[in-house]
Design a protein around this ligand. Structure first.
Ligand code: CP
Length: 309
């Protein structure tokens, strides 16, 4: 029996190392599979996506992933054109989507929105980003990227840089990394430090050090995971202005990195990685976005097929 069949993917905390490894193995199979065989996995199935916040990669990669396994996608990515605008509740919108589709992907600005959706929906729900809380499918693609590009996860020193307070990808990534033997360096402005209450449960499992100074750790990191300062989540624009542009990864920073270190970013980037860096061997963020299509296809295939693949 495939343990992912009809399962909701709400939080990385619901997954452990064996589950991650199964998703990575399924992703490898998806990439290598005969296209006709791959299209059988989603044949006749519909993904319903509901995006109450802007997105490029997550919406597109979910649609591309569903197409890859032979299914179709329907969805709302501009809620101002949906009946939400007339006052329809989130619960009723979710009920409608679960009538019309076989699996749902939800992005919403509220923490807890996906857990709520899973209670309402008669079909499995995938959290495609909930408030500042979590983005589990991003963490799956992030770990898969590390595994592919560094050939391992255990034993690495990983620096997470930027907005550690509001960036939801950071939390899902840390919850996922807590299953591995890694050294973590958290580098952020003082006002954007990690929310210690959110990592309370995993703190004992992780070897963590914090700093505001990237220079302190740059030459010892194997993975540099850069994040955007999340302007839209600041309650006060003035506070954002104080920290904007705090870290910039340019060719000068690459000179200080270990030669075989990699740079990742969940994207979108604003100015925290210079475009000069894009063509360096260290830049893996576009590859990371590409892996997202395959990890999501694997996850959709596992959730939709009782016997797996
Ligand atoms: N990484 C990510 O979630 O990107 P989008 O906001 O464009 O979906």
């Amino acid at each position: 029996m495939n343990e992912f069949y009809q399962k909701d993917i709400i939080s990385v905390k619901d997954l452990e190392k064996p589950q991650f490894e199964k998703i990575f193995a399924a992703t490898d199979r998806i990439i290598q599979m005969d296209p006709n065989e791959r299209r059988e996995l989603g044949r006749g199935k519909t993904l319903g996506y509901l995006f109450f916040e802007p997105s490029t990669r997550t919406t597109l990669s979910f649609q591309a992933a569903m197409a890859l396994i032979g299914g179709t996608s329907i969805g709302i990515s501009d809620v101002s054109l949906s009946s939400t605008k007339k006052g329809e509740s989130l619960a009723d919108t979710l009920r409608m989507m679960s009538i019309y589709s076989d699996i749902l992907a939800l992005r919403h600005s509220l923490d807890g929105s996906s857990r709520f959706a899973a209670e309402i929906s008669s079909k499995p729900v995938i959290n495609a980003g909930s408030g500042t809380e979590e983005h589990p499918t991003q963490a799956i693609q992030d770990l898969y990227t590390i595994k592919k590009e560094k050939n391992k996860i255990d034993g690495l020193k990983i620096g997470i840089i930027g907005d550690l307070k509001y960036g939801r990808t950071v939390y899902s990534l840390l919850y996922a990394l807590a299953n591995y033997d890694v050294d973590i360096r958290l580098i952020s402005p003082e006002s954007l430090k990690i929310r210690s209450d959110s990592i309370y449960e995993i703190q004992k499992k992780l070897s963590l050090k914090e700093s505001t100074n990237l220079e302190e750790y740059i030459d010892e990191l194997d993975v540099i995971y850069v994040t955007r300062i999340q302007k839209e989540r600041f309650p006060d624009e003035e506070e954002y202005q104080k920290v904007r542009g705090s870290y910039k990864i340019g060719l000068d920073v690459i000179q200080k990195m270990k030669e075989n270190a990699i740079i990742m970013h969940p994207l979108p980037r604003i100015d925290e990685i210079s475009t000069d860096v894009d063509n360096t061997p260290q830049a893996k963020y576009f590859k990371q976005a590409e892996y997202g299509k395959f990890t999501r296809a694997a996850l959709l295939g596992l959730i939709l097929n009782q016997n797996g693949f």
